[in-house]
Write a protein of this length. Structure first.
Ligand code: GAR
Length: 196
């Protein structure tokens, strides 16, 4: 039986789209059963609805505290019998209380080659700004298991992407998505689901 996947999102959801598009080809051992957003305006929710996938919105400000927010998330995930959780542009750091509830069952995609440009404060465009500022010539993406250390869990897959003359953070972000994230994430999800 295909494993039940929940994808947690905050924004545009292009990585969610890559997972949706991979279903039935690259991704066979798992099926996206639920998309959860921590932002009611996340375009990712539209992508899920278009694909006929159930959605939920859990807002920290409605829960009152980060702890209550995580409790609500866990309730939603457990009620839906979720096997694997994929953080795809989910811009909230999860504490040990949450991560230890799902050992080796949470995956995250990060837009750099960990351990470079990662950890608290490194998310989205900021990662690419810092890579360009540092002057690295190669960056990429990493899919890793999530534990209590931000971006510190075991690495599942990585793919390198070259920096080119004239790159801006936006151009680089797009290339890292196209050449690495959108390919790597469905492959890693399949690998983890197949091994479960
Ligand atoms: C992606 O580049 C993802 O790797 C990054 O945010 C973007 C979300 O885009 N995640 C992080 O920086 C997490 N630390 P998307 O909503 O279009 O998938």
């Amino acid at each position: 039986m295909a494993k039940k996947i929940a994808v947690l999102v905050s924004g545009g959801g292009t990585n969610l789209q890559a997972l949706i598009d991979a279903q039935g080809s690259v991704l066979n051992s798992g099926k996206i059963a639920l998309v959860v957003a921590n932002n009611a305006n996340a375009y990712a929710l539209e992508r899920a609805k278009k694909a006929g996938i159930d959605t939920a919105v859990v807002l920290k400000k409605e829960c009152g505290s980060h702890e209550a927010f995580e409790t609500k998330l866990m309730e939603v995930l457990d009620e839906n019998g979720i096997d694997i959780i994929i953080l795809a542009g989910f811009m909230t750091i999860l504490t040990e209380r949450f991560t230890s509830h799902y050992p080796k069952r949470i995956l995250n995609v990060h837009p750099s080659l960990i351990p470079s440009f990662c950890g608290e404060g490194y998310y989205g465009l900021r990662v690419h700004e810092e890579a360009l500022k540092y002057g690295v010539k190669v960056t990429g993406a990493t899919v890793h298991f999530v534990n209590e250390i931000p971006d510190g869990g075991e690495i599942i897959a990585q793919k390198a992407v070259y920096i080119e003359d004239g790159d801006t953070p936006e151009i680089l972000q797009r290339r890292v998505m196209e050449q690495a994230e959108w390919i790597l994430l469905p492959q890693a999800a399949e690998k983890v689901c197949a091994a479960l």
